[in-house]
Design a protein around this ligand. Structure first.
Ligand code: CA
Length: 225
């Protein structure tokens, strides 16, 4: 497992790298966003640890650029505890986040959880919803009438889990626990914003709700209707 650390504070980057290596991972350091993108394009990394506050290109922009070509897990590191920063990072496609100062053990737990989610193969590879939607859980793609729809990683994790059990009602807590992993301590309102984005991407005249029904007072379910 090879990890890319994008972090401008050298001392922090070195601590992260040492900890990853102690736990059996290989890690490289990029001191800014552009360097990070350059290294990401040149090598095959299994996970990216990405500082939000970078000189020049911001962490959110780096995240977005990586997401345009890869579904690799991205753990955002933020010095701020503002809900908005976390939400914009997750919206840009980050898989998870830790808030500085964090203990290396917490970061390590997030790295393990996010690499484990990638390797989880207990679900079927191809899930069909109605006649027009196909979810491929190995290649992380959603296709509608044969056309691929671009999902962020978390949108994909949520929709694929829900689609695997059609008609099951998912509370926001269920979604956090089963689709995003129990280590995720995001906010319930980000679940609503994920659902909103998924609906927007899948909506069509026959399925105005994008195949996701709201069950008032309970949560959401995927439905062919
Ligand atoms: Ca920084």
């Amino acid at each position: 497992m090879k990890i890319l650390i994008v972090e401008d504070e050298r001392a922090i980057a070195e601590v992260e790298k040492a900890y990853m290596e102690k736990n059996g991972y290989t890690a490289d350091i990029a001191g800014d966003g552009l360097k990070g993108l350059e290294m990401f394009a040149a090598e095959n990394y299994d996970l990216v640890i990405l500082d939000l506050m970078l000189p020049g290109m911001s962490g959110v922009d780096v995240c977005r650029a990586i997401r345009m070509k890869s579904q690799v897990p991205i753990i955002m590191v933020t010095a701020r505890s503002g809900e908005d920063d976390v939400v914009s990072g997750l919206d840009a496609g980050a898989s998870d986040y830790v808030i500085k100062p964090f203990s290396p053990r917490v970061l390590m737990a997030r790295v393990r959880a996010n690499t484990r989610k990638e390797a989880d193969s207990s679900d079927p590879q191809i899930i069909r919803v109605g006649n027009s939607l196909t979810v491929d859980t190995k290649n992380f793609t959603v296709t509608k009438n044969g056309e691929e729809i671009a999902f962020t990683r978390n949108e994909f994790m949520i929709f694929s889990k829900m689609a695997a059990k059609p008609e099951k009602i998912w509370s926001r807590d269920d979604i956090i626990t089963h689709a995003l992993g129990y280590e995720y301590d995001g906010f319930e309102r980000s679940i609503d914003s994920y659902i909103k984005n998924i609906r927007k991407k899948l909506a069509c005249p026959e399925h105005e709700n994008g195949y996701i029904k709201t069950v008032h007072g309970f949560g959401y379910k995927v439905s062919e209707q």
